[in-house]
Design a protein around this ligand. Structure first.
Ligand code: ZN
Length: 440
């Protein structure tokens, strides 16, 4: 059974709901690049996937960076002159600037405003802001709320600690027949925000769970890491191992109803780029493809020139492309189980293409071998699409010179890759083809 059949729409039914339920559980946790929110998130994911948790001490040098101190927050608020909480971390964790240093004092309205971020164009939404690498304190709030505050003295409190500790990330490696790896990497550092990136976390966990149940050609590595510093830390600790990564995707922003968007790897013409584009072209919905740019998420690190890994990013409405991006409106209502399931299906199709895309060599390259004598025309008769299968046999025989993999043949012949793969398998069985090593 091919992987595509195994993961057809019936098999995936209900998995969107399941991912959505994980997201509902993870939504209230206050994640950041370090701290208890990340640990709690990884603990929930471990119920689904046997994640290995790595903890890297603060201060560890990772390439040109240092693992930061651990941030843990208990409470944060602003009280107005009457003692009422007008900004409250417990109502929404976006209210505190992530990594805000502790503070507890009385400030004037002017000073409060200087430390408070709002979005005037979306006056009811709370923005998401961070202060990872510049020590400061701050709040985020709806513009309408801040605008309505009367003059007077305000009590500001961020009850947080910023101390030496660890940066935690989750990792799961599924061993395939080959040591060559496919990487799926997602960031775990955003607090109560759904599309960016609880959707990516849930999809990555679901992929890991599904892959763990099957035998695969490639090995699959799933990373759950804080954005930027997490991939830098992983790459710094696995510089050698990273060479085994042959294909990869950064999994993020996969829960909304926007069209799929694929950002190519820095190489631009890597097998992963062609596999994703092939799947999107044949999936039916609208999609967009863009070339690599050194912005966005962790593809920036995987595609830094020293690594230049074949890692692209397959998203829906992504990084700065939707008004709700990095605001409280990127909530449970912005994403949907059906969209998550659709994204899962596309990711699985990409995996299926990668698994299928082998090289073969025709052992009878001098004129066409006789197919009838080998029972291959009986296979044609038995196939649901006999014409396509017959043509696929001829295409595979003709193109299998060790230079054309099955994806090349599917594209040239315009025959679905599953049919091309079935033809190759029949020809291989009858002794007409042998498998060839992939091009380096
Ligand atoms: Zn983000």
């Amino acid at each position: 059974m091919s992987m595509t059949n195994r993961w057809d729409a019936t098999a995936l039914a209900g998995l969107g709901e399941e991912m959505y339920r994980w997201i509902e559980r993870l939504y209230p946790l206050c994640r950041s690049i370090t701290g208890a929110g990340v640990e709690d998130t990884l603990a929930v994911l471990r119920e689904q996937v046997p994640l290995h948790i790595e903890r890297v001490p603060s201060g560890t040098k990772v390439f040109d960076w240092k693992v930061p101190r651990e941030w843990n927050i208990r409470d944060a608020y602003v009280k107005d002159p009457t003692g009422r909480r007008v900004i409250d971390f417990h109502a929404n964790n976006l209210h505190v600037v992530s990594y805000s240093r502790p503070v507890h004092k009385q400030v004037s309205l002017a000073e409060l405003k200087a430390h408070t971020f709002t979005i005037p164009e979306q006056p009811d939404w709370i923005p998401y802001r961070t202060s990872y690498y510049a020590e400061n304190w701050g709040f985020c709030a709806a513009h309408n709320v801040v605008n309505a505050l009367p003059d007077g003295m305000y009590e500001v409190c961020v009850d947080a600690s910023l101390q030496d500790g660890h940066l935690a990330y989750g990792e799961y490696l599924h061993h395939g027949y080959s040591e060559e790896e496919v990487l799926f990497s997602t960031h775990t550092c955003h607090p109560s925000l759904c599309n960016d990136n609880l959707s990516g976390i849930a999809l990555n966990a679901m992929l890991a769970s599904l892959i763990s149940q099957v035998q695969t050609r490639y090995s699959y590595r799933f990373l759950f890491i804080p954005g930027t510093i997490g991939s830098i830390t992983w790459l710094s600790r696995n510089q050698q191992r990273a060479q085994s990564i042959k294909h990869g995707l950064v999994v993020t922003c996969v829960g909304d109803g926007g069209p799929f968007r694929y950002k190519r790897s820095r190489r631009g013409d890597a097998e992963i780029d062609r596999a994703v584009e092939y799947v999107l072209r044949h999936t039916g919905g609208a999609y967009q493809i863009s070339d690599f740019s050194p912005y966005g998420y962790d593809e920036r690190q995987y595609c830094s020139p020293g690594f230049n890994l074949a890692v692209g990013s397959l998203t829906r409405s992504s990084h700065r492309q939707y008004p709700q991006y990095h605001t409280s409106a990127d909530d449970l209502g912005f994403i949907g189980p059906n969209w998550l399931e659709e994204s899962l299906s596309v990711y699985l199709k990409v995996i299926s293409v990668l698994e299928t895309n082998q090289f073969y060599v025709n052992k009878f390259p001098f004129c066409e071998p006789q197919l009838g004598r080998r029972g291959l025309y009986d296979d044609v008769g038995a196939h649901p699409d006999p014409n396509a299968f017959r043509m696929a046999l001829l295409w595979v025989l003709n193109q299998s010179d060790g230079e054309h993999a099955l994806l090349d043949i599917a594209e040239k012949s315009q025959i679905p890759i599953d049919t091309v793969a079935e033809a190759a398998s029949a020809l291989h069985h009858s002794g007409l083809l042998e498998m060839a090593a992939a091009r380096p």
